[in-house]
Design a protein around this ligand. Structure first.
Ligand SMILES: [Zn+2]
Length: 274
């Protein structure tokens, strides 16, 4: 099996899009968060959908059209937010603005416009999908806190966290995906690298007490070996991947230096199956 089959987030700008990601005239490849197959609803953690997700790394759907109300262009950035109301759009801007300096510390920046759309429901994706990022690196869709409140019980990672906190963290997570997509060299854009960066930034954004609880619940004895941070864990156990990524990030010698090495392709979490 070639690991390329599990690679995802090949930009739609990229003429050599990853094999296995179908794109048609009407659809766009998207990556749902947590991966859409990961939250079991009684059919086992590794169900058919999981296999499909792992094989494809992304799914294809028609993006929502005609939606909500207020669009705000955030200050000092390329980010714009469309939300059901202006105050929600402003708060998402604030979250994104607070995230960009942390991303910059790790060598990640936006170079193209990024739009974030907040919707109460995300049409066309699983009802356990909290948000998704379109693989062109320029568009993000996030479920509103009200929408999140309806589904957090289905999630191992989020079920005990306030919907507003989850919401903010998903904005951070998806903005990080976009920044990685826009910054990293093409060879670096595999699923595991993408998820590492997004989860580290998300964990960083959580209040300390939330972060500690996630690590206690899903982490492991340190040190965390990079091989544990692989595509399969990211897909079938995103809560574990989040905890391990944060532990790994905080080990001596890692941190932003490790993220920068991922961005430049000097290291990679991609496993090449022989
Ligand atoms: Zn992701």
């Amino acid at each position: 099996m070639s690991a390329n089959a599990t690679s995802s987030c090949q930009s739609s700008n990229n003429p050599n899009a990853a094999p296995g990601i179908d794109k048609n005239q009407t659809g766009q490849a998207v990556i749902c968060h947590p991966d859409y197959a990961s939250q079991s609803r009684g059919d086992g953690l590794i169900g058919q959908k999981t296999v499909a997700a792992f094989a494809l790394g992304a799914m294809v759907l028609s993006l929502p059209t005609g939606a909500p109300a207020e669009t705000v262009v955030c200050s000092e950035s390329l980010v714009s937010v469309t939300a059901p109301n202006a105050s929600r759009a402003q708060s998402v801007c604030a979250t994104a603005m607070a995230t960009l300096p942390k991303l910059a510390q790790c060598g990640l920046r936006l170079s193209h416009p990024l739009s974030i759309t907040v919707l109460n429901d995300l049409p066309g994706v699983s009802d356990t999908c909290f948000g998704y990022y379109v693989c062109d690196g320029h568009r993000i869709f996030v479920r509103s806190p009200g929408g999140i409140a309806e589904i957090t019980q289905l999630s191992r990672l989020y079920k005990d966290i306030a919907p507003e906190v989850v919401f903010d963290s998903i904005v951070v997570y998806e903005v990080s995906h976009a920044a990685f997509e826009q910054t990293a060299c093409e060879d670096a854009l595999c699923l595991a690298n993408h998820e590492y960066v997004a989860y580290v930034m998300q964990m960083w954004s959580f209040p300390l007490v939330v972060r500690q609880k996630i690590v206690e619940q899903f982490g492991q004895d340190e040190p965390v070996e990079p091989i544990r941070l692989n595509d399969l864990i990211a897909v079938i156990a995103p809560e574990k991947f989040a905890a391990l990524a944060w532990q790994h990030f905080n080990q001596p010698g890692n941190g932003c230096d490790f993220v920068r090495a991922l961005v430049t392709g000097n290291v990679s979490l991609e496993i090449l199956w022989q």
